[in-house]
Write a protein that binds this ligand. Structure first.
Ligand SMILES: [Zn+2]
Length: 260
């Protein structure tokens, strides 16, 4: 039943999309896990991920994150691939494929799980630093920050946000020698209290709300399109082109999130 409702919602979202997202511009995709073996919507199978990448190779130009946030460059559909949190299955299943095709991608790392080896949730084994290093050495990877403990920044005072982000940035710098310049809000939840701190620390920040990146996009409220396992092969093209925004609106309504 849930499957049927989800599918009907996706179909309605495909129909609604041309009205909701008429603007052209690069699309930034959010993945979390690839072949993690969980039943979560944020965990796509390696077969489906392979199909997504094949679709992108045929229909789009995959850009490094920095180029995508700088806006469109031409007629072609432009896409950036991002992975949030930092799961080991990204190294095992997504990285080999992206390396073979020389497709750039971004890792928004939550540093505590990577540092301690303690998963964010049972089926979410974290990456190890040496795996991150190996991916960075490919020259394809942008490293971004995603807090230290994956906290909802809406629940923290600005000074707590500051120490949360400082902990993450210092670890990334110590372990990888990279100072992160980009930030992803956990769950895409923007907060007014965190906004000033985020703007001071990072050149860009991304949210979880679908849409293209346009010339007028606030560089600290950049939209991203969450890819879901149930998109499979059929709904991936519409997801990339239009974002399936209606589906996201319904999800926000259910979760009670009212932010940008
Ligand atoms: Zn996350």
């Amino acid at each position: 039943m849930a499957h049927l409702i989800r599918r009907l919602l996706k179909m309605a979202a495909v129909v609604a999309d041309p009205l909701l997202s008429p603007v052209a511009g690069p699309r930034i995709l959010i993945y979390h896990q690839v072949g993690g073996g969980s039943a979560r919507q944020m965990d796509v199978t390696p077969e489906v991920f392979r199909a997504h990448v094949a679709w992108l190779a045929e229909h789009a130009r995959v850009l490094p994150f920095e180029q995508a946030v700088d806006g469109g460059h031409g007629e072609t559909l432009e896409v950036a691939i991002t992975f949030d949190d930092g799961y080991v299955d990204v190294y095992e299943h997504a990285f080999p494929l992206l390396r073979d095709l020389q497709m750039p991608f971004t890792l928004f790392l939550t540093t505590e799980p990577v540092e301690t080896g303690t998963p964010l949730y049972p089926d979410g084994r974290p990456l190890r630093w040496e795996q991150v290093e190996e991916m960075v050495a490919s020259g394809l990877v942008t490293i971004g920050a995603h807090t230290h403990r994956h906290v909802d920044l809406r629940s923290l005072a600005p000074d707590q946000v500051e120490s949360e982000l400082a902990a993450s940035d210092e670890l990334i710098e110590r372990r990888l020698g990279i100072r992160p310049r980009h930030f992803a809000y956990p769950w895409g939840y923007w907060s007014e209290g965190a906004d000033g701190v985020v703007r001071r620390r990072y050149e860009t920040a991304v949210l979880g709300r679908p849409g293209p990146v346009g010339p007028g996009t606030d560089r600290h409220r950049i939209p991203r399109i969450p890819v879901q396992a149930a998109d499979g092969r059929v709904f991936f093209g519409p997801r990339v082109r239009g974002g399936l925004s209606l589906e996201d609106r319904v999800r926000s309504l259910v979760s009670g999130y009212r932010g940008p």
